[in-house]
Design a protein around this ligand. Structure first.
Ligand code: HEC
Ligand code: HEC
Ligand code: HEC
Ligand code: HEC
Ligand code: HEC
Length: 273
């Protein structure tokens, strides 16, 4: 080799090889970053919708419930986007001449649905269902953020596999009583704001879960007065436990909702069927 290539060339070869390796590493880092960047995941991205619909106006100001429009969030895999009819319940009377509502009126007149742009869109090879999450204590805000404060819809989370797995490895961090699912302000219990919960039997429609009743004030005060009587006729009243942290409550709910183990919940077949 030495006869054909001189010393100088050898150094160049080494330098360029080192540069090539460096370049490959940088490219890898850049690709990895871009996979997680909002540009790829569309996280936080505001998309232009055919109608400037505002959740803030309709949820925070008017007080409409999520289920009023997303009627199947509890009962099917899809939460669903409301049909124009739902809007016309009000908009045949309110803001009937507003220019911003022209596409709504047009859709109503022609019967063609409004072409809403999807904000969240998992790839087809991923199985997801709203029903199980909502019925097992995962609130809308855990996945969608403060929708009630959004003037324009956007995705709060990346929806990448790592995000799903983070919760599936330890759902206790996020679980709440099912009657708090739509509460946009839920922050979990704390020492200053405890929560009392009791299991009250099997949950209809969810054979593996128990119904959990929770209250923000201690319920056992009345219970103590009447329970001896109930005891005599063979009725045991639910026993309320006090929780002062999300961790305690989460552990209780994991048990009561009969949440599968992290091993089961992170196995590939759960989401890739
Ligand atoms: C008055 C009807 C109405 C109410 C009430 C309502 N929404 Fe919506 N929602 C819509 C419409 C219309 C869209 C589609 C347009 C858009 O993305 O803003 C939508 C879109 C969404 C999306 C994004 C869907 C996508 O494309 O991925 C989420 C998430 C959502 N709503 C959650 C909620 C939550 C949570 C509540 C309760 C706090 C709620 N909505 C209450 C009408 C409503
Ligand atoms: C319960 C009654 C009700 C329903 C249902 C309803 N709206 Fe409204 N909407 C209102 C009222 C009231 C206003 C005026 C809000 C304001 O100015 O505070 C309004 C305002 C609007 C505006 C004007 C911009 C804004 O947000 O102030 C748009 C656009 C709109 N609605 C679209 C829709 C669409 C699309 C649907 C169906 C998905 C819908 N609305 C369903 C009552 C309703
Ligand atoms: C465990 C996370 C999670 C929870 C909890 C959750 N969502 Fe979703 N939501 C998603 C994902 C993921 C998608 C995208 C689904 C897809 O692309 O197939 C989505 C999509 C939607 C859509 C778009 C239409 C559809 O059905 O795909 C609406 C509307 C919506 N969610 C509303 C809600 C409401 C209202 C709640 C609370 C009752 C809620 N979501 C709770 C993760 C969640
Ligand atoms: C904040 C917590 C949380 C997040 C985020 C979350 N999940 Fe879940 N998921 C749960 C819980 C809790 C269950 C119920 C487990 C049980 O009952 O054993 C569940 C169950 C499931 C199931 C089982 C459904 C069935 O019928 O067997 C699927 C599939 C699933 N999740 C998919 C996803 C996907 C895909 C994502 C991300 C796009 C996701 N989840 C994000 C908490 C979460
Ligand atoms: C809790 C749900 C969940 C589980 C469990 C899960 N995945 Fe995924 N997986 C997803 C989601 C969501 C995506 C789509 C990510 C995206 O769009 O960026 C995905 C994407 C993928 C992809 C496409 C490449 C990529 O990263 O986008 C592969 C390959 C994959 N998963 C393999 C697996 C394997 C192997 C397992 C078991 C060890 C597994 N997944 C378990 C939710 C899950």
């Amino acid at each position: 080799m030495a006869q054909i290539f001189d010393r100088k060339f050898n150094t160049w070869a080494r330098v360029s090889m080192a540069l090539a390796v460096l370049f490959a590493v940088l490219l890898g880092v850049a690709l990895d970053r871009s996979q997680r960047s909002p540009w790829v995941t569309r996280q936080q991205l505001r998309v232009a919708q055919p109608v400037a619909f505002s959740h803030q106006h309709h949820v925070e100001n008017l007080g409409l419930q999520c289920l009023y429009c997303h009627t199947t969030a509890e009962s099917s895999s899809y939460a669903g986007i409301p049909p124009t009819r739902t809007c016309m319940n009000c908009h045949t009377q309110i803001w009937t001449n507003a220019q911003v509502l022209e596409p709504v009126r047009q859709s109503w007149a022609t019967g063609e649905s409004i072409p809403w742009v999807k904000v969240h869109d998992l790839p087809d090879f991923v199985y997801f269902s709203h029903e199980i999450h909502v019925n097992k204590g995962v609130g809308c805000t855990s996945c969608h953020g403060r929708v009630d404060q959004m003037q324009q819809s956007y995705a709060q989370q990346t929806l990448q596999m790592e995000w799903c797995l983070d919760c599936h490895r330890n759902p206790a961090k996020y679980l709440r009583p099912t009657d708090e699912i739509y509460n946009m302000n839920w922050n979990g219990p704390s020492a200053g704001r405890p929560v009392w919960c009791a299991a009250t039997g099997d949950k209809a429609g969810q054979p593996t879960a128990e119904t959990v009743d929770c209250a923000a004030t201690e319920p056992s005060k009345n219970e103590n007065e009447i329970s001896p009587l109930f005891g005599q006729i063979g009725i045991t009243l639910p026993k309320y436990q006090k929780f002062v942290s999300q961790q305690e409550l989460g552990r209780f709910l994991v048990e009561r909702y009969k949440i599968r183990s992290p091993q089961d919940l992170t196995s590939c077949e759960v989401c890739h069927r």
